[in-house]
Write a protein that binds this ligand. Structure first.
Ligand code: FPP
Length: 241
C-alpha cells in the first residue's frame, strides 16, 4: 500500500450523526474529536508526514453562537488532551486560517501548542481554523501587491512557487489525498490552490464513525490510482525507469 505523504480531510457529518441519534449537534462534534485523536494516531503510526484537518471554516462563524462556542471549547479541550501525546510522538502542530478571529482563550491554547511542538519532526498536524481558501488566496495577492508597490519585487518575478510561499501553507507539500466524509462531494473553500493534483476520496461514513478501517479503505483506493500530473500513462511509465 502506498502511504501518502500528505492527507487532507474535510471532517463532515458530525451534526447529521448527532441528529440521527436525537442528540444535540455538539454531541456529534464531541464524538468527532475522538475520531480526530484516533486518526492522528493511525496516521502517525503509518508514517504519514502531514495531516491537514478542516476543523472550522471561515463560514462556520455564521452557525448558532452556542455551536460556535462549543466548538471553540472542544478545540481547547482537544489540544490540552493531545499535547502530551504530541510531544511523545514528535507531532508538530501548525495552524492555517485567520487565528485573530478566535476567542482569546482558544487562540492562546492554539499558539501555546504551536510553540511547544515547534521542534517536533515526526509528523505535522495542520489544523485549518477559521480558514477559507478564497480568503487565503486574496491575502496572498494583497501581500504580493504590497511587495511590488514597496519596490521589493517585480511583477515578472511572481511565479507559482513564489505565490505558494505567500499562502498560509507556505513550506508544506501539497496534499496527495483529500478525504471528505458524510457523502457530500464538494471542496467547500478548502485548499483550492493546494489540491490541484490531489486524489479525491469521498465516503458516506459520517466523521464520528470514521475509523482506522475506513482510513485504510481510502488508502487502498489511493494506492490504485494512477497519478499522472498532466502526463500520459506512457510518459509516466518511461519516467519510472
Ligand atoms: C462538519 O460537521 C464539522 C465541523 C464544522 C467541525 C469539525 C470539527 C470537529 C471534528 C471537532 C473539533 C475539531 C478539533 C480538531 C478539535 P457538520 O457540523 O457540518 O455536520 P453536518 O453537515 O452533518 O451538519
Amino acid at each position: 500500500m502506498i502511504v501518502p505523504e500528505h492527507i487532507a480531510i474535510i471532517m463532515d457529518g458530525n451534526g447529521r450523526w448527532a441528529e440521527a441519534r436525537n442528540l444535540p449537534r455538539i454531541a456529534g462534534h464531541q464524538r468527532g474529536v475522538e475520531t480526530v485523536r484516533v486518526i492522528v494516531e493511525v496516521c502517525h503510526g503509518l508514517g504519514v508526514r502531514y495531516l491537514t484537518l478542516y476543523a472550522f471554516s471561515s463560514e462556520n462563524w455564521q452557525r448558532p453562537s452556542a455551536e460556535v462556542g462549543g466548538l471553540m471549547e472542544l478545540l481547547g479541550y482537544f489540544l490540552e488532551a493531545m499535547l502530551p501525546e504530541m510531544m511523545e510522538k514528535g507531532i508538530q502542530l501548525r495552524v492555517i486560517g485567520d487565528l485573530a478571529r478566535l476567542p482569546e482563550r482558544a487562540r492562546r491554547t492554539v499558539t501555546d501548542a504551536v510553540t511547544q511542538t515547534a521542534e517536533n519532526r515526526a509528523m505535522t498536524l495542520v489544523l485549518a481554523l477559521s480558514y477559507g481558501s478564497r480568503g487565503e488566496l486574496s491575502n496572498a495577492c494583497r501581500t504580493l501587491a504590497k511587495e511590488v508597490l514597496d519596490g521589493g519585487l517585480s511583477v515578472e518575478d511572481i511565479t507559482e512557487e513564489l505565490f505558494a510561499s505567500r499562502l498560509d501553507t507556505a513550506g508544506l507539500p501539497d496534499p496527495d489525498l483529500l478525504i471528505r466524509t458524510s457523502g457530500e462531494m464538494r471542496i467547500s473553500n478548502f485548499l483550492l490552490w493546494q489540491l490541484a493534483y490531489a486524489e479525491l476520496y469521498f465516503t458516506e461514513i459520517c466523521w464520528p464513525d470514521f475509523t482506522a478501517d475506513e482510513l485504510n479503505k481510502a488508502l487502498v483506493e489511493f494506492s490504485r490510482r494512477e497519478r499522472r500530473f498532466g502526463l500520459t500513462g506512457a510518459q509516466l511509465e518511461k519516467s519510472r525507469f
